[in-house]
Design a binder for this molecule. Structure first.
Ligand SMILES: [Zn+2]
Ligand SMILES: [Zn+2]
Length: 235
């Protein structure tokens, strides 16, 4: 099989077509048959697992080895890696991972097991969630990070509330932006919101990148980029 594409269809590079109801599809890489919501015009389908497998390794390695206390900096490094696609559910995995890694490096109160747990949970959020379920996976990933840090369970009181509040804040922030979905934009908005929330609620000061310095280097890979209407688009 030819080299995998880093944007749009992994097989042929054509823009994906999204469906408003599920169709029966077969993953071109692993042969799994399932119900899916997107296909490329040539009929190629790649399942969530095959789409994000290479990225999962990149994300896990960086989150476990980095000494950074800056989740935005870690995310920017990961997103520049050739195995990370322009769009895809690996962004959910990454957000949960870099937030927990930054908290670990900053406080020493948690360890590598918590990073692995956050990555594992983030990896379960499918692609396309923002449009199909009305909840951006980037926001859920922030809630996962807080849940892991506070060891929340469904029976917890305060910890569960704090984790849910994190998700709601990140989701509200993401929903404020117009245009088609962009996993890079959602990542930056979610992480900015989480950094602020960590400061206010968890009382920790992670590193950050100021709004004026956060500039997108990926817009040429996004056919649906909002360009000048996006605050991250380089002027
Ligand atoms: Zn294709
Ligand atoms: Zn597959």
């Amino acid at each position: 099989m030819e080299e995998k594409k880093r944007q749009d269809c992994m097989v042929c590079g054509q823009g994906l077509e999204y469906l408003d109801s599920a169709a029966s599809v077969t993953c071109i890489y692993c042969g799994k048959q399932e119900e899916g919501y997107f296909l490329c015009p040539a009929g190629h389908y790649v399942c969530n697992e095959c789409h994000s497998r290479d990225g999962l390794e990149v994300i896990t390695n960086l989150c476990l080895s980095s000494k950074s206390i800056n989740p935005l900096e870690m995310a920017n490094i990961i997103m520049k890696h050739p195995k990370i696609h322009m769009m895809g559910p690996e962004h959910h995995t990454m957000i949960a991972g870099v937030l927990v890694a930054a908290y670990k490096n900053l406080t020493g109160k948690i360890g590598d097991d918590e990073i692995r747990e956050a990555i594992k949970r983030g990896h379960t959020i499918p692609g396309g969630y923002c449009g199909l379920y009305g909840t951006d996976g980037a926001a859920i990933a922030c809630g996962i990070a807080v849940s892991v840090i506070l060891k929340a369970t469904p029976l917890s009181d305060t910890e569960r509330i704090i984790a849910n509040m994190m998700t709601s804040r990140a989701l509200a922030a993401i929903a404020n932006y117009r245009g088609s979905r962009c996993c890079k934009r959602s990542t930056w908005v979610a992480l900015e919101t989480a950094i602020q929330y960590f400061r206010e609620v968890l009382k920790v000061e992670t590193g950050y990148i100021s709004a004026s310095q956060l500039r997108c280097e990926h817009s040429h890979r996004n056919n649906h980029c909002s360009k000048a209407d996006c605050r991250f688009y380089p002027s």
